[in-house]
Every structure is written in C-alpha cells, then in structure tokens.
Design a protein around this ligand. Structure first.
Ligand SMILES: NC(=O)c1ccc[n+]([C@@H]2O[C@H](COP(=O)([O-])OP(=O)(O)OC[C@H]3O[C@@H](n4cnc5c(N)ncnc54)[C@H](OP(=O)(O)O)[C@@H]3O)[C@@H](O)[C@H]2O)c1
Length: 305
C-alpha cells in the first residue's frame, strides 16, 4: 500500500483509510478480522466520529485493538466532533468535552487528527483557536482539520488558528463528482458549470490540504452502492471492462479512479467485509491511464465540452 503525507504534517498515512462509521453493529470476530486484514494490507489510518453509532463505533474499534494487541504507534487515529442532535456546535466547551469523551471511548491518550465535522454557522473562530490550543498543549490532539467545509469557511477558521488545517473530508465518488465537474465546464450555460463548493478541490491542492473522499462507493446521500446497481448500467459495464484490463476487482477500480487524481486524495472506505477490504487495497497498485480515467468519468453520465 502506498503512503501519502497528510497536508504538510509529519504524518505518513496509507493512501486508503478505513472508515469506522458502520462498526457499531459488528461482532468481535468480524471486527478483529477486518482490522487485522486491513493492517496486513498496509492500512494504518482509521477514521472515526463521536456520532458514529452514538459513540459505539469508537468503543467497538478500541476493544478490537486491545484484543489484537496492536500498539498505539502503529495506528493513525482521526475522529470528528461538532454535530449534535438538531444543531452544529463548534463552541470551545463542546469541542473540549467531545475530545475527552472520544479519547475515553478510543482508549487512548491522544488523537492524531481531530476534524470539525460539519460547518457551524454560529462558529466563533477565536473560540475554536482557544480549544485547539488547549488540546494541542495538553497533548490530546496533534493535528487538526475540517470536514465538509468550503474554502472561505476554512479561511475564516484558519485566520484565527495557530495550527494549519491539514485535512478536509468531503463527499466524492465516481457518481458524485461536483468538486471537479465545474472545472471541466468553465463558464458554460449548462448545469455542470455550476460551482457549488467555491472550487474546494483546487483550494485544497493550492494550500496542501489533504482531501479525504467519504462514501466512495455510495451514490446520492447514502442511497446505496452504485456497484452492481442497475441504475448505473454504463458505469458498471465500464468498471467491469477496466477491472478486466487492470486485473483487479470493480471495487478496486472505483478507488483507483480516485487515487489517480493528482490532488493525492485519501479515500475513506467503509466496508465491513474482509474480502472487500482486501480487494480494495489492490487499488493502490493500479496505474490508471488518462484515457481510462476520462472514460470512467463519462460512463457515469458526465459529458465533456
Ligand atoms: N465526513 C462526513 O460527513 C462523513 C459522512 C459519511 C461517512 N464518512 C466516513 O466515510 C467512511 C465511509 O463511508 P461509507 O461507509 O458510506 O462508505 P462506502 O465505502 O462508500 O460504503 C460502504 C458500504 O457500501 C457497501 N457496499 C456494497 N457494495 C460494495 C462494494 N462493491 N464495495 C464496497 N462497499 C460496498 C458496504 O457493504 P459491506 O460492509 O457489506 O461491504 C458498506 O455498507 C465512514 O466510515 C466514515 O468514516 C464521513
């Protein structure tokens, strides 16, 4: 598994990360097998959030790490806070208490990375700065980032923060390409030309912020997987053709398509299955050609000018 640098930090992470959102309902044995297999495949980065399973996902993960006897320094642990029932909360008090609860559930002294989960329009950047400084100075959090933020929201925070924001986690998959559609259709009178995110992908590249695509196998907002889905016949035919050509599974092609982008994105995959995490890991070895990348893009229903 190839590695990448997270932003401009000193963290060297596997270029594919395992997301733990769906771990809450898993039994001991399958969780142990999933984590062990992912690590054997070279994955060292695990994405959490305080709300996954109401905190249960972090506990299930930590219990498995203890059973497997995995040392803390073999793992890069990332979690998120800021989403509450019916509102978003980036207040100093909430950030601080959330991190304490996360550390308890993950059974660790520190987080490698803390992300603010979804923009809070009532954010006071100076308050966030105070919270981050305390977390950093007490050794509880080493690196910071955001999730689902646009460029000006990042700048607003960054202006007050003593630490560089190193990560922005965003929805992106072969069926969810809004981040790059508008850049391929600049100034045209078509729907694809609309920039809905302030050119966040270019902004992150320019500022060396690692983009982490979440739900890389889902279409819509958690509508289900597009792989093998009859709603996407052309895409699935193309995925199969590429899988045959590169000698990997269709799931690996879907991830290789993300990895091929020079933004050096770090997809967060959420499978709970050992066979799938093995297949997906093979994506790291695929060197996808430029024509094949564009053919897959078009097969998802996108048109080029
Ligand atoms: N920042 C945010 O706002 C945000 C939002 C959502 C998620 N996330 C992060 O992103 C991670 C991934 O999200 P996700 O679980 O929705 O991602 P995903 O990898 O797109 O979806 C995984 C789900 O798709 C199923 N699936 C069906 N066919 C599949 C195939 N061929 N290949 C792979 N999976 C297939 C999996 O089932 P099996 O388990 O049976 O394989 C699993 O239920 C989460 O764990 C979380 O860490 C972040």
């Amino acid at each position: 598994m190839k590695q990448l640098t997270i932003g401009t930090s000193s963290l060297k992470a596997s270029e594919i990360s395992l997301g733990c959102m769906r771990m809450a309902g898993m039994e001991h044995k399958p969780t142990d097998a999933l984590i062990r297999t992912s690590m054997d495949a070279g994955i060292n980065f695990y994405d959490h959030a305080d709300i996954y399973g109401g905190g249960k996902s972090e506990e299930v993960f930590a219990a498995s790490i203890a059973r497997l006897g995995i040392e803390r320094d073999q793992l890069i642990l990332q979690s998120k806070c800021g989403i509450r029932k019916g509102f978003f909360d980036f207040s100093k008090q909430h950030i601080l208490s959330s991190v304490d609860a996360i550390l308890t559930r993950l059974n660790t002294d520190y987080l490698d990375i803390l992300l603010l989960h979804r923009p809070d329009t009532l954010v006071e950047p100076e308050e966030v700065a105070e919270a981050f400084t305390l977390l950093h100075d007490t050794g509880k959090v080493r690196t910071f980032g955001v999730s689902n933020h646009n460029p000006s929201q990042i700048q607003l925070l960054q202006n007050s923060l003593p630490y560089k924001l190193q990560v922005n986690q965003l929805q992106f998959s072969i069926t969810n390409t809004g981040m790059l559609d508008h850049g391929l259709n600049v100034n045209m009178e078509i729907e694809l030309s609309n920039d809905r995110d302030g050119s966040v992908l270019d902004y992150c590249r320019l500022n060396k912020i690692t983009v982490q695509p979440w739900s890389p196998f889902q279409y819509g907002f958690f509508k289900g997987a597009y792989i093998g889905n009859p709603e996407f016949p052309e895409l699935n035919a193309c995925l199969e053709k590429m899988a045959e050509k590169y000698g990997v599974s269709v799931s690996a092609i879907a991830i290789a398509w993300i990895l091929r982008h020079p933004a050096r994105m770090q997809p967060i995959v959420g499978t709970t299955r050992v066979d799938r995490i093995l297949e997906i890991s093979a994506a790291s070895d695929v060197e996808m050609s430029r024509p094949d990348w564009y053919e897959l893009y078009r097969s998802a229903g996108n048109i080029l000018p």
